[in-house]
Design a protein around this ligand. Structure first.
Ligand SMILES: [Zn+2]
Length: 217
């Protein structure tokens, strides 16, 4: 094994090289690492996490024009990882009960009654149908201001969990696509296709709520 590794190290080109933007990303990561999650504070100060009466259920079409439009690269800048984006489609398809996300789908969101540009999208855990998370997003029509989720990794502001990534991906990117995807992501072989469609510039990172993180079973 060590001989094989030595040969690879000597004769093969490196898998990745430093890029010009690496330094900028590094500075950004260090800034975000220090940052407290302002959305969590906002929710706690207004008692919004547990008071369901402060949220109204609407269809996503009511807020879609006030939500920023983003590219896959923009999304990668938010998530700092491809793992969350690879999961985004399957969460959205499950919420919409269809794999055709460019059609007229029913995707409801909860809009805060006292902060109208604050929404949350109840999302069932991928590992337990008894658990529902509440990814919450603060936004303007130009930018995502912040997010918070009550899942295991949802409070971080350096990157985000898959539930947040799915909601932002669906509202800012997927709903503006006109081409129906040919293959649904419900089949495991297509998860490979998903991973190719997202740039691997960003490192994968962990996510979600239990020890089955990387299981396909
Ligand atoms: Zn989450």
């Amino acid at each position: 094994m060590s001989i094989a590794c030595a040969l690879i190290n000597h004769y093969q080109p490196p898998m990745t090289r430093s890029k010009l933007e690496d330094e900028e990303i590094g500075v950004q990561v260090m800034q975000l690492r220090q940052q407290k999650n302002k959305i969590q504070l906002l929710l706690e100060e207004n008692n919004l996490i547990r008071r369901f009466s402060l949220w109204e259920i609407i269809n996503h079409t009511e807020i879609i024009d006030g939500f920023p439009i983003m590219t896959q690269e923009d999304l990668g800048d938010l998530t700092f990882g491809v793992f969350q984006l690879k999961r985004a489609r399957s969460y959205a398809e499950e919420r919409c009960s269809t794999t055709n996300l460019t059609s007229d789908v029913a995707y409801s969101v909860h809009r805060c009654k006292i902060i109208p540009n604050l929404i949350r999208i109840p999302t069932q855990s991928a590992h337990s149908n008894r658990v529902t998370y509440h990814p919450t997003i603060h936004f303007t029509d130009q930018a995502i201001l912040g997010w918070w989720c009550d899942c295991f990794t949802g409070a971080r502001f350096l990157g985000c969990c898959s539930h947040i990534a799915s909601a932002i991906w669906f509202l800012s990117y997927q709903r503006w696509q006109t081409q129906q995807r040919q293959m649904p992501s419900g089949e495991y072989k297509n998860l490979t296709t998903d991973s190719i469609q997202v740039s691997d510039f960003y490192d994968s990172s962990d996510d979600d709520d239990d020890s089955q993180r990387y299981s396909l079973a």
